[in-house]
Write a protein that binds this ligand. Sequence first.
Ligand SMILES: [Zn+2]
Length: 286
Amino acid sequence: MEEKALKFAAVFLPVLSLFVCLFLPFFPKIHTWAEEAREARLAEAEFAASQQEMEDLEIKEEPDTGIGPKGQLNLRLPDGVDGSKVHISNDYVTQTIRIEIPGTDLAYFDSYPISGSSSHIDTMSYTKEGDEGVIEIVMDRVYELDMDYDSDYYYFNFLKPHDVYDKVVVIDAGHGGRAAGATKQGVREKEINLAIVLQLREIFAQGDDKIGVYFTRTDDGNPTFDQRVQLANKSDADLFVSVHNNSLGNGRMSRTNGTQVMYNETSEESRVFRSEERRVGKECRL
Ligand SMILES: [Zn+2]
């Protein structure tokens, strides 16, 4: 019995050490993968918790004949409800348009369905929140809204970002919510990332209005990785910048410092921007 155990140890231990040697270089990566998986789970759980039950709404398909209501989507206003009482928000990160309209219930939309074309719409649903009816429309991509109303209808037209802007930029503050990112001496990466991004927002607000800028988050939210990526894909972004502030695993100060630029090696455009960023970085130091 002892001999068997010795034989087993004689084979097992070298195999184990070989395994450790082979995978040692990947250990920091394995840690990163585990951390990313944990953050993805946190973000998805936060998003799921924010979702509520809603009833599906049908669209009355109406080809644009130039006659009748003039929007891509037309919402009939209930009697006595002025268009100024309707509140609309457009969440670019989830491509969800939210319309709060008083004086409606589900039966109202059976009598007066929203009409127009559903070709850009993934889902449309309705729920009641207090006195307000809330319609949520999930679009197939990011749109800017062009809206108007008269005494009978609210009109919605959807414009692609590049129809409005020459260049489209998506800026992502890394981490957020329960995912703090790198943490050192009580300083949390997610807060530094957000502070940088909020400053960028101010700079862009004073700049060229031909550049459209979308943010994955401007508060302590934590969009999922997929939502961050889809904001860029679904807005046809020319540039996606994700702001992170990393730290090394050990607790000591390190000689490793400075700016790190990660880019897609297979993309020539990414490569150009990376070298451009380095050049600007040098100029800043002069
Ligand atoms: Zn980070």
